[in-house]
Write a protein that binds this ligand. Structure first.
Ligand code: DC
Length: 244
């Protein structure tokens, strides 16, 4: 028997899932995503880095943090690169890698301030969706499961006790050679969380279909193991579904 396909016949390719990881600062998102990407060969997108980049560009150009139109314009020069080895995507601002300058507490706080502006969120949306369009990506942020990738195949929300989260952040800053006071880190974090949770647009919250994991008593290994387990279980559910 001979079958022939019309020219309009679409061959459906099986795309790898999009995995999203949301949660507050210090919940373990970056660590988990980095290790997961290393284990699986997935690309890893840190969307907080996009907001930090806008905040850093604003400070460099003297743009006030409430000038929505000019802040949205700054987003035009932001793009991402997928390294050949996959893993963490590189964020470029006007062609420059800004990773080393956007990780300070000041930039984090400014990023949180500008992230409540609709114009900024709208301008960054297509960059994030473009990064995820081929699948095979793990993306971390605050609104990945609710707004940016509402159809993501796997949604995870990490949370932990605020004291533990501040401790992790404090250690991270020490690791970078800074000498912050624990109390300052704790207070900054609580303030930033409140800002991120209470804003009108795309506030930090778990989507209804997210797996919620409390990482308070988990080390890195346990966190990565939990995510890999969810990934394997969900992947076989997706493969077996008649609706995929
Ligand atoms: O993940 P991070 O701490 O680097 O993010 C910095 C700020 O950016 C965070 O306080 C809120 C904002 N952000 C956001 O509003 N939406 C995201 N998807 C990621 C970050």
């Amino acid at each position: 028997m001979h079958f022939s396909y019309g020219t309009n016949m679409k061959v459906r390719t099986i795309k790898q899932p999009v995995i999203v990881v949301d949660g507050p600062a210090g919940s373990g998102k970056s660590t988990v995503c980095k290790h997961f990407a290393e284990k699986t060969g997935y690309s890893y997108l840190d969307t907080g880095a996009l907001y930090r980049t806008v905040a850093w560009l604003a400070a460099a150009a003297g743009v006030p943090l409430d000038d929505e139109a000019r802040l949205a314009e700054l987003c035009i020069g932001i793009e991402f690169l997928i390294p050949e080895s996959k893993g963490k995507m590189i964020i470029l601002a006007d062609g420059k890698n800004v990773e080393n300058v956007i990780r300070t507490e000041n930039v984090g706080m400014s990023a949180s301030k500008i992230s409540k502006l609709t114009g900024v969120r709208k301008a960054l949306l297509p960059i994030q969706r473009e990064a995820g369009k081929e699948g095979g990506i793990i993306a971390e942020g605050r609104d990945m499961g609710t707004v940016v990738f509402p159809d993501a195949e796997i949604k995870i929300y990490l949370d932990a006790d605020p004291g533990v989260r501040a401790g992790r952040r404090w250690l991270e800053l020490r690791g970078r050679g800074e000498k912050p006071e624990y109390n300052d880190v704790f207070e900054d974090m609580v303030r930033r969380d409140a800002q991120d949770r209470s804003r009108d647009v795309a506030p930090l919250k778990p989507s209804d279909d997210a797996f919620i994991i409390d990482t308070t008593n988990m080390d890195i290994e346990a966190m990565v193991e939990a995510i890999v387990k969810i990934y394997h279980n969900r992947s076989s559910e997706i493969r077996e579904s008649p609706y995929r």
